[in-house]
Design a protein around this ligand. Structure first.
Ligand SMILES: [Zn+2]
Length: 372
């Protein structure tokens, strides 16, 4: 039996009593609730990974999350910019699909890169358009099948005349892969941000994009057996001249929490973690299917030279996750063994909130602590 079909009950996944989904995960909703939610969700992923190893006897595809946030030295320097506090000197897993903490960091950096590229492009007289390419999906379709159809259709499309014709009008493009999960199962889709050259005839470009959309539907039918509808297969959104940041924000969906439970196309897969924490066996199985299915998939793809032209140095997801991106000073140190205990208990963010509270009362800048 595939491991994704084993229920959480069979795996003996333990559930803490008295927690209510994401509401239970985000106890600190009054202070930096999103960060608290990300840390709490990462803790659930790590618990699932450890549980997989214990019950199935093999390391899961996302085992690295168990080591995300571990100390690299004997103590953790707590950094602050005078308002927020964050740990420094900790490892990062860099797994954008499965680690809510690393995903937020990577997406925030990608948004800055995309914004730099779009700003430079618009300053040079270019325009932007967003193409969203979907497939028709059903509850019974396994994620790997739907995802494979999206990836193979795109790979094949990139070699066709319709895409070469469109590319003649472009300075480059950014592709972002996204997956949601909902009533109708998995919904992988991709956004392609088109950097149209200065002075292009938008009418002509639109005609070419219609031909591209027809090829997309044909290819999806070839790889999935079901064609997307004419209206929904390829959706084009044109951005105005002043919309570099809108385009960047839309493409990178910086906050994972954006897709809430009422989002039409489904929920962010990270929301499954709240259900898992409540003991939802289906959510557990779906998470395993998702984590295994997304392994190795590239979330963002930049056409060659696009970032370099904007003076942006490209980095891998792992490099972004590992970088100390925010500027701040050390306000406290936490002993590594205390930090590891808190990490295992899922309470590291409580610590940061404590420091921030103390800071807001003007009691830092420097405090050496071994226990809080
Ligand atoms: Zn991570």
């Amino acid at each position: 039996m595939p491991i994704s079909q084993i229920s959480s009950a069979e795996r003996g996944f333990s559930v803490s009593a008295g927690q209510a989904g994401d509401a239970g995960l985000s106890r600190n909703t009054t202070h930096n609730g999103r960060r608290a939610l990300r840390v709490a969700r990462r803790h659930v992923v790590a618990r699932v990974a450890r549980n997989e190893f214990k019950s199935v006897g093999m390391r899961s595809s996302f085992d690295r999350v168990c080591y995300c946030g571990m100390p690299v030295g004997p103590e953790i320097p707590v950094m602050s910019d005078g308002f927020s506090c964050w740990p420094s000197g900790v490892t990062s897993c860099g797994l954008i699909w499965v680690c809510p903490v690393c995903a937020a960091k990577i997406k925030a950096r990608r948004a800055l890169q995309i914004e730099a590229a779009t700003s430079a492009h618009i300053a040079a007289g270019g325009t932007l358009a967003m193409m969203t390419m979907t497939v028709r999906h059903a509850r019974v379709m396994p994620l790997v099948d739907v995802l494979r159809a999206v990836r193979e259709a795109w790979a094949r499309l990139a070699r066709l005349k319709s895409w070469r014709d469109v590319k003649q009008f472009l300075e480059g493009q950014v592709r972002a892969l996204e997956v949601t999960v909902g009533e109708n199962g998995w919904h992988p889709h991709q956004h392609v941000l088109l950097f149209a050259s200065a002075g292009v005839d938008v009418g002509e470009l639109n005609t070419l994009l219609t031909a591209l959309g027809a090829d997309w539907r044909r290819l999806v039918f070839k790889f999935l057996g079901v064609a997307p509808s004419v209206e929904r297969g390829v959706h084009l959104l044109e951005f105005g001249m002043d919309s570099a940041s809108i385009a960047a924000g839309y493409l990178s969906k910086v906050a994972n929490e954006i897709s809430g439970p009422n989002a039409k196309a489904g929920r962010d897969p990270f929301s499954l973690l709240g259900d898992i924490d409540q003991g939802d066996a289906l959510a557990y199985a779906r998470w395993i299917e998702y984590a295994d299915g997304m392994k190795g998939a590239r979330a963002f793809g930049f056409s060659q030279g696009l970032l370099a032209r904007a003076g942006v140095v490209d980095m891998t997801d792992e490099e972004i996750a590992a970088a100390d991106s925010a500027a701040g000073g050390v306000v406290a140190y936490i002993q590594a063994e205390d930090w590891v205990k808190a990490l295992r208990a899922g309470t590291t963010d409580d610590w940061m909130c404590e420091f921030e509270l103390v800071m807001s009362q003007g009691l830092l800048p420097f405090l050496e602590v071994s226990d809080v």
